[in-house]
Design a protein around this ligand. Structure first.
Ligand code: CDP
Length: 125
């Protein structure tokens, strides 16, 4: 599983989940599942195209791997926007948060451990 940290002007893009019911309303770094044979970078590019309608590049790791209950691993990558303006094509809403807001918003549990690493790149904390 791959997730993207898109940071512009000291703010991080978060997306609000619509599903499943137990995660709906919580905020996450956009991303999703790599398909068979797909590299993490390709998976991230595809997911962000599908979910946000943007093209991205880059992909330095940020934060630690998060082991998921099903045995898979969730990894965050820092990516840069290349083209397009993020839109909530698959989420309820998008928000750009600074470091203080990141500490206050309701993140999905899997993403919470990344907060200290993410904050190093954000304004306002
Ligand atoms: O659409 P797809 O099934 O590829 O992905 P998704 O529904 O967005 O994400 C699948 C699972 O990844 C979620 O149920 C979460 O467990 C996990 N996930 C997460 O915990 N944090 C993220 N930032 C992204 C995904």
């Amino acid at each position: 599983m791959v997730a993207a940290a898109i940071i512009v002007d000291g703010r991080l893009l978060l997306a609000q989940r619509t599903r499943p019911p137990e995660l709906a309303g919580l905020w996450e770094l956009p991303g999703g599942k790599a398909e068979a044979g797909e590299s993490p970078e390709d998976a991230l590019r595809r997911e962000l195209r599908e979910e946000l309608g943007v093209e991205v590049s880059g992909g330095d790791r940020i934060g630690d791997d998060v082991p998921l209950p099903d045995g898979r691993v969730l990894r965050a990558y820092r990516v840069e926007l290349v083209s397009g303006t993020p839109a909530a094509l698959d989420h309820a809403e998008l928000r750009w948060v600074d470091g203080r807001e990141l500490g206050e918003i309701d993140l999905v549990g899997n993403d919470r451990g990344w907060v200290p690493d993410l904050r190093l790149h954000l304004n306002g904390w």
